[in-house]
Design a protein around this ligand. Structure first.
Ligand SMILES: [Zn+2]
Length: 107
């Protein structure tokens, strides 16, 4: 299996929660951009640009330590460096729980 690294575009191949607290899961077959990969003792923890994981403390992750198992994802391709930079710069500093889109596109 190809290593997944930050900036890669990956497909979710396993969306079955492995723990009861894993309530936020990527969608099977959907594509995501990896923003961070952390090596753990028993695998790798992946963070995505599009989705904030559930937290072991409960709720949406605000500690920035949580992520999904890298085995849930299959690498699709790696964009060029410039594109990756634009993805990674785009990661919001404050991980807000407010994901509602109440700002209308058209008024
Ligand atoms: Zn967390």
């Amino acid at each position: 299996m190809t290593e997944i690294t930050a900036g890669d575009i990956v497909e979710c191949v396993d969306d079955t929660p492995s723990r009861p607290e894993s309530q936020i899961m990527p969608d099977l077959g959907a594509l995501y951009i990896v923003t961070n990969v952390r090596a753990l003792q028993d695998g790798k923890s992946v963070r995505l640009k599009e989705l904030t994981p559930s937290c072991w403390r409960g709720g949406v992750c605000a500690c920035n330590q949580c992520g999904w198992d890298a085995g849930r994802f299959r690498k699709v391709y790696r964009p060029d460096g410039e594109l990756i930079a634009s993805f990674l710069c785009d990661v919001p500093e404050d991980v807000s729980e407010d994901v509602s889109e109440d700002t209308p596109e058209f008024v």
